[in-house]
Design a protein around this ligand. Sequence first.
Ligand code: ADP
Ligand code: MG
Length: 244
Amino acid sequence: LKQQVEQQQTLNSIGQMAASIAHEIRNPMTSLKGFVDLLRLNSNEDHQNYLSVMDSELQRMESILTDLLYLSKPKQRSYEETSITHVVKEVIELMIPHAIQYNVMLKMDDSNYCPISIMGNHNRLKQMLINLVKNAIEVMCSGGVVVIKLENHDGGVEVSVIDEGTGLSDAEMDQLFTPFFTTKATGTGLGLALVKKVIEEHNGTISVESNIGIGTTFKISLPISERQYLRHEDDNLIEMWMSH
Ligand code: ADP
Ligand code: MG
């Protein structure tokens, strides 16, 4: 146990350091991005190409920093009424350029969904869904459709991200949510670690179903109200108490 506690403390201080570095890097990056935009306004075609590479690399750095910052923040417990339909619409709009690059179409399927609000954190739910949709797009090497499906479930909401991508092996399945696990040449392995954290904050659950060569579905279930959070909290307490 002592070793575990020490390990956790080391992880925490690494997390804090990562967070402050990420934070410090953001400002100079913003100024770099500003100058790239400025240069794009008047340069020749060659330079335009370089500048658009610089722009997309800056965007990549930005998303790595966002994941790192979110991951190292303490658990959020401030919730407001949140419409998942809004979250999904915003995410689709944001991800369209990325989808086009991969020849992928993004579709929302709310045909069986009666809209409700849940108690949640809009920004963090949005970041979670961005990460799932981004992964779905990135495994569709020959294009196709990514569906984000909304359903009612047990008074709460179920969100499925369904892709027609490469699928996952059993070994990959086991490691999915481990921080820094990635099979991509330029991946960070932070995306799904963040997904897991946000779901835990909302006392939701996630399940994954995958078939090699056919595709993968990530299904998230979010409870509706704070009362349910409290009940889950009680369950955890009872579990902790029983395991002692
Ligand atoms: P990254 O995207 O930077 O690799 P993630 O944590 O988002 O990090 O994902 C970790 C790994 O999980 C990916 O590298 C990939 O191997 C696997 N993965 C995630 N989503 C999918 C998916 N929809 N289909 C197949 N594999 C996936
Ligand atoms: Mg990812």
